[in-house]
Ligand binder design. Structure first.
Ligand SMILES: Nc1ncnc2c1ncn2[C@@H]1O[C@H](COP(=O)(O)OP(=O)(O)OP(=O)(O)O)[C@@H](O)[C@H]1O
Ligand SMILES: [Mg+2]
Length: 326
């Protein structure tokens, strides 16, 4: 008992972040972790889907049992069924010995289907049956095995679109999607950027035994404009690169790798339509969107708009904008 309480805080504590949209996901993950409900973790590459799945496992009554991750994209189609559900010796050419499937190996624990969108269609039907009945068919066995394995799944694809295209079973989609948890991309939780940057830099400096570099204000501003397509993983790798190349120095924008320097605030790409715009309505709409995205957090909303908090408060008052968290 004691062990897994330590583990669970360890794993959730490993997921750093204070942004409102991130904490909403963590709160939901903590609530669902202790149940056996199937959870679909969504989010772009590098947003922490696997970390979240692990944290949920170690926060559940299954913590002492195995957590097994399976990458569906790496499953050869002809071996997928046997990998997942196992086979009996002699059940097909090449089946030289009994083999346990991953579903059985994770009995009592959690099986994490990473990149679930890549699961072959014929296996999707078998997974659905397992999710609905808790039973699975070992290849070559005549009876069904009852297994107590909790399923978590993750994808960075739009599964709903995959369903429309006939690449993913609709019934499995709805079965998996009971509780969807969508991790926000880093560019939508920029209020965490500096904290993550400093935490990673500090940990890496201890690991490499090198003095930390520091980041000038102008560099930090530049990093806020970058889109971070590889999300937290990219940020971590970036910190590692900067530490190794510029250990102990102050990092100025000119030190940044070209892809981080080239970015400009997106607004500079905005082209005024020939028909013109209503600047005041646009401003009100932007403020509303920023408040909505940040769940009404004025400081974070101000940052998204490139304003100071005071300026934002002034404009909220000026336009009598009312925002209530629903
Ligand atoms: N909130 C976080 N705090 C600290 N580190 C994080 C956080 N989220 C992710 N990471 C780190 O970022 C890296 C990528 O995380 P993870 O592998 O869980 O992402 P993913 O969403 O599964 O990515 P992919 O879709 O590419 O498989 C890992 O090194 C992980 O430790
Ligand atoms: Mg992953």
């Amino acid at each position: 008992m004691h062990l897994y309480i330590n583990n669970m805080s360890y794993f959730f504590n490993n997921l750093l972040g204070h942004a409102a949209n991130f904490l909403t996901v963590i709160r939901a993950a903590r609530l669902t972790a202790s149940t056996d409900v199937t959870v679909l973790i969504l989010g772009e590459s590098g947003t922490g889907k696997e970390c979240l799945a692990q944290a949920m496992h170690y926060h559940s009554h299954r913590a002492q049992k195995p957590f097994i991750a399976i990458n569906c994209a790496a499953l050869p189609e002809n071996l997928a069924e046997s990998e997942l559900f196992g086979h009996r010796k002699g059940s097909f050419t090449g089946a030289f010995a009994d083999q346990q499937g991953r579903v059985q190996a994770a009995n009592g624990g959690t099986l994490f289907f990473d990149e679930i969108g890549e699961l072959p269609l014929n296996i999707q039907a078998k997974l659905l049956r397992f999710l609905e009945t808790g039973e699975c068919q070992v290849i070559g066995k005549t009876h069904l095995d009852k297994v107590n394995t909790r399923i978590l799944a993750a994808t960075n694809l739009d599964l709903y679109q995959a369903v429309q295209q006939g690449k993913f079973r609709q019934d499995l989609f709805y079965r998996l999607n009971i509780v969807p948890l969508e991790l926000p991309p880093l560019r939508e939780r920029l209020s965490d950027l500096e904290m993550l940057l400093h935490t990673f830099t500090k940990k890496l400096s201890q690991h490499y035994d090198l003095p930390c570099p520091s980041y000038s204000k102008a560099t930090l501003k530049q990093l806020h404009h970058y889109k971070w397509p590889g999300n937290i993983r990219e940020l971590h790798n970036f910190c590692e690169r900067m530490l190794i190349l510029l250990s102990g120095k102050t990092i100025e924008p000119t030190h940044l790798p070209s892809e981080y320097r080239a970015v400009r605030p997106q607004i500079e790409k905005f082209t005024l339509p020939d028909t013109g715009i209503n600047l005041q309505s646009l401003e009100i709409s932007m403020i509303n969107q920023a408040l909505y995205k940040t769940y009404g957090n004025r400081s974070q909303a101000a940052r998204l708009l490139g304003l100071t908090r005071d300026t934002l408060l002034y404009r909220i008052k000026k336009y009598a904008i009312e925002f209530k968290v629903k």
